[in-house]
Ligand binder design. Sequence first.
Ligand code: TMP
Length: 211
Amino acid sequence: MRGRFITFEGGEGAGKSTQISFLAAALERLGISVVQTREPGGSPGAEEVRALLVKGEAGRWDGISETLLLFAARRNHLQTVIRPALERGAWVLCDRFNDSTLAYQGYGRGLDPDWLAGLYQAVSEGLEPDLTLYLDVPVEVGLARAGRRGDDENRFEGLADAFHLKIRSGFQAIVRANPQRCATIDGMGSVDEIRRVILETVTSRLMGPGR
Ligand code: TMP
């Protein structure tokens, strides 16, 4: 049986990576084979593209170039990691996916959502996540957390607060438009509380009777 494809989405510092690791461990305890991955990146080729995207000056790419790099990386990731894993029955947990492109490049940078949707269709050949968990935190909280990480992957964090506000309302709009696929998780709870809510959501949406 084909595995399940779960994506985690959110702004900067939403706490996605901690929660992905918790969910991966919980699923593995149930005997499910799990592949934990991320975008941009997740495959050797896409990780090389990631370095171009997340490091350096904010202005080094305009929105269109940035988007084409993201989709080149996404196609390689889908072909070499995500699809093969799903086909062998593993569950794929991906830190960011196409909703990040709609939120950052669409709502944030103002690129045409229909152009983005067309690119996604071409690159993905129609594969959609089974479930998207959107971790919602206020912009100022997320940016403060992301700033404390202190890595050099800060090209997007350096953008103005107004950009991050657009991204948050963009994610909220995406969830409203796709209620079957997406669930909002309040990212302000304790780490344990969020872990519990995520597990409940995955269980009820993907493991209920008849699934
Ligand atoms: P990360 O902080 O989750 O590692 O993601 C790296 C950055 O890439 C983050 O600032 C969001 C940005 N990004 C986009 O702008 N568009 C996309 O499609 C993806 C996947 C990430």
